[in-house]
Ligand binder design. Structure first.
Ligand code: G6P
Length: 610
């Protein structure tokens, strides 16, 4: 995950930026760079590999200046080469960037038609070109940055530096976090509070859509509408920044909000751009050949098991590879026969869940290959597997899994696309479509979080219910199960998830006005069928809370009790994005009820007993 640092200081900044980048090393990176301003001119040094390479370069070829930006890059668009390393400079503007610019291919086309020649394969270079073009058209740096950011789609954090403007940095946040640090006649930017440790403890976290015009005397922050706003400045204890709640009330809330960032990070490990045009999936740090298997067996517990449920739809529909899934506690005692050419996949956030580990040990020596999809690469499940696919979600503290679930889905989704390509089921164009759909996930997640304020009033109603049903069809069925699991885990309200079509085979007997029915249904090929199921509920006085996109909400017509409008996403990635409303409904219902959100009664984060 890329790291951003920026300083308008009182001393030479290059060594201080280098130090701050060191504090961001934990995020992972493969190249780094710094740009500074000195006597009106811009200077830039970049190096591939570890920071020591950049540090050596700066010793041999130092750069001066009391204003500068720095970056550690984890390659997403384009290999980790020197040319692709940040900062990117076009004319008088330098940019560092974290996240994904979803519409960069379209912007690149537009700029190329305008005569621009690209020097890198990155999405970031389009940002620098857009800003330089705005400056050339006579805009001020502030106007140029704002106009540039307005053209971008996706989830990102950006910092700009302008030649001739030694008392100016511009920072923008959409989806990826960015913090401002306040010093004494000095200002700082960092991807997180840890980057700012040692420089200042007075930190302001930019909010979604904010653009900050920063000068040594302070910052003027504009919100998404352009209005000037005040944001709180907090005192942080930087030493614990990684495991702190920041300005969140609960770890679960923090982890829900981290999703656009960690999803980007997970994506950056499993997808890449080929020749500036095609998007492609790969196996992250592992190597796998899906033509070597005739079927996949997926085993897990809890939320991780529900991620397998979604993955089954993907592997079977996209890659035409049969998948069996089972909860680990059943699988291990069922003693199933295992045919050769079986890939056994164990999905676990902690990598230590006893039942999953026992199932893995049962399969060892029977399946062709044992693979682990884990958040903790040092865990037992990872150590005992032939292949390890880390999900890169970062430490998850809340007992109810949120960001680990969506990162599991991103990794499994990318692997399904890879399997489809390797097995010759899809071509380059179809692969680009599917990977591009995955790339829209962080931005869509950020969009859901922007409307978070809609959830508390809704959950005030839900908190009064004794029973709640969740319905979904196709790959949204596992999401219905996950919505119900999340809700019962932390709010203690009895909730069940059902396949929409199964309603009339039993659960419809429960329907009356006291049982809210939450329907998760993007306007996909199955939507009309779900509408019929909703009619069945409404005809019996049931109250429907419909979670769908604008088209779905309109098509559903009158009669629903409540609605949540979702961004319009490709059906392939809908199960990932719809996890967020499921999490937010559970979270705010639990907060309304006053239950212990992060450590619900009777539950443990890592279940290392049978
Ligand atoms: C516990 C947790 C769940 C988690 C499950 C599996 O029950 O409370 O949130 O989904 O274990 O854990 P794992 O670490 O294997 O994903």
């Amino acid at each position: 995950m890329c790291g951003i640092v920026g300083i308008l200081g009182d001393h030479e900044v290059a060594p201080i930026i280098l130090d701050a980048l060191k504090r961001l090393e934990y995020r992972g990176y493969d190249s780094a760079g710094i740009a500074t301003l000195h006597e009106g001119a811009m200077y830039r040094r970049r190096a591939t590999g570890k920071l020591v390479a950049l540090s050596d370069l700066l010793v041999n070829d130092p750069i001066r200046g009391k204003a500068g930006i720095g970056h550690t890059r984890w390659a997403t668009h384009g290999a980790p080469t020197l040319a692709n390393a940040h900062p990117h400079q076009v004319g008088p503007v330098a940019v560092v960037h974290n996240g994904i610019i979803e519409n960069f291919r379209a912007l690149r086309k537009e700029l190329t038609a305008d005569g621009v020649r690209f020097e890198t394969e990155t999405d970031t270079e389009t940002v620098a070109h857009l800003a330089a073009r705005e400056l050339a058209r006579g805009k001020s740096p502030e106007e140029a940055a704002a106009a540039t950011v307005a053209r971008l789609e996706g989830a990102f954090a950006l910092a700009f530096l302008f030649e001739g403007e030694e008392d100016l940095m511009i920072a923008a946040r959409r989806g990826s976090p960015l913090a401002l640090g306040y010093g004494v006649n000095e200002m700082f930017i960092g991807s997180d509070a840890l980057a700012l440790a040692g420089m200042t403890r007075r930190v302001c976290y930019l909010e979604e859509g904010d653009l900050a015009v920063i000068r040594r005397a302070g910052a003027v922050i504009h919100d998404a509408s352009g209005a000037v706003v005040e944001r709180d400045i907090l005192e942080v204890s930087a030493s614990n920044a990684v495991a702190e709640k920041g300005n969140h009330k609960h770890f679960m809330e923090k982890e829900i909000h981290e999703q656009p960032t960690v999803a980007t990070y997970a994506l950056s490990h499993y997808t890449h751009t080929v020749d500036g045009e095609h998007a492609s999936a790969h196996a992250g740090p592992a190597t796998v050949d899906f033509t070597a298997y005739d079927r996949i067996v997926m085993v897990a517990c809890g939320t991780a098991h529900l991620a397998c449920h979604v993955a089954k739809y993907w592997f079977e529909q996209v890659a035409r590879l049969p998948v069996e899934i089972e909860v680990a506690s059943e699988f291990r005692y069922r003693e199933p026969p295992v045919s050769p050419r079986t890939l056994a996949v164990f999905v676990s956030q902690s990598g230590e869940t006893a039942d999953t580990l026992a199932a893995l040990r049962y399969m060892a020596g029977k399946a062709e290959t044992i693979a682990a999809v884990v958040n903790v690469p040092e865990s037992s499940i990872a150590r005992e597997s032939d292949l390890v696919f880390p999900i890169f979600a970062g430490i998850e503290v809340g007992v109810a899994s949120t960001k680990a679930f969506t990162c599991q889905l991103i990794v499994l989704g990318a692997l399904a696309v890879l399997a489809a390509r390797q097995r010759g089921v899809i071509d380059r164009t179809q692969e680009t479509r599917l990977v591009s759909a995955l790339e829209t996930v962080p931005g869509a997640m950020a969009e859901v979080l922007r409307d978070e304020k809609l959830f508390p009033p809704l959950c005030w109603h839900l908190a009064k219910a004794d029973d709640i049903l969740f319905l979904g069809r196709g790959a949204m069925y596992p999401l219905a199960l996950e919505g119900a699991l999340k809700l019962k885990e932390i709010s203690y309200i009895h909730a069940e998830g059902y396949a929409s079509g199964e309603l009339k085979h039993g659960p419809i007997a429960l329907i009356d006005e006291s049982v809210p029915v939450i329907v998760m249904a993007p306007s996909d090929a199955l939507f009309e069928k779900t509408v019929s199921n909703m009619q069945e509920v409404m005809a019996r006085g049931g109250r429907i809370l419909l979670i769908s996109d604008a088209k779905g909400l309109q098509a559903a017509g009158e009669g629903t009790w409540q609605q949540i409008e979702m961004p319009d996403v490709d059906p392939f990635v809908a199960p990932i994005v719809y996890a967020l409303p499921a999490q937010l409904l559970a979270y705010y219902t639990a907060v309304t009820k006053g239950t212990d959100v992060d450590q619900p009664r009777n539950l443990a984060k890592s279940v290392t007993v049978e």
